[in-house]
Write a protein that binds this ligand. Structure first.
Ligand SMILES: [Zn+2]
Ligand SMILES: [Zn+2]
Length: 138
């Protein structure tokens, strides 16, 4: 199988926000916490850790943020017209983005190498072999 070629283009569901990811994420993680289940409208969410200067966004994004149990702020950017989530970040660490990579054109990127918050995971989902597993926040 060919390897993933960078840059990769991505866009929200309606296309109002588009972006380009210039290089491979440092890590791709699946989070099984209840917040991520709600966010993804699924059993877990997938996040790609990338440097902010390695993604170029176009279009208008809205903001929302919440305080995590850790006390950190989780800020979110999303498309105001279709609601698709683009990325999360901690405002105290703005150089690190937690990209929601499922809207990239090459979806092979959404292959987590680590699973976190498996203490809240749905019973029917079996963690694949060969990935790192964390009960909570690593
Ligand atoms: Zn949109
Ligand atoms: Zn989570």
């Amino acid at each position: 199988m060919d390897s993933i070629q960078y840059p990769i283009k991505g866009s929200c569901q309606c296309g109002q926000v588009s972006y380009e990811l210039l290089e491979e994420p440092s890590m791709v993680v699946a989070c099984h916490c209840k917040e991520c289940q709600k966010l993804s409208t699924s059993a877990f969410s997938i996040t790609a850790m990338v440097s902010a200067d390695r993604v170029k966004f176009n279009g208008v994004m809205s903001d929302w943020s919440r305080t995590c149990d850790s006390g950190n702020i989780s800020a979110a950017k999303f498309c105001p017209s279709c609601g698709n989530r683009l990325y999360h970040f901690n405002p105290e660490v703005p150089e690190q983005l937690k990209l929601k990579p499922s809207n990239l054109s090459d979806t092979r990127i959404i292959k987590p190498v680590a699973h976190v918050w498996v203490s809240e995971k749905q019973d029917w989902y079996q963690i694949p072999e060969g990935v790192k597993v964390f009960e909570g926040q690593p």
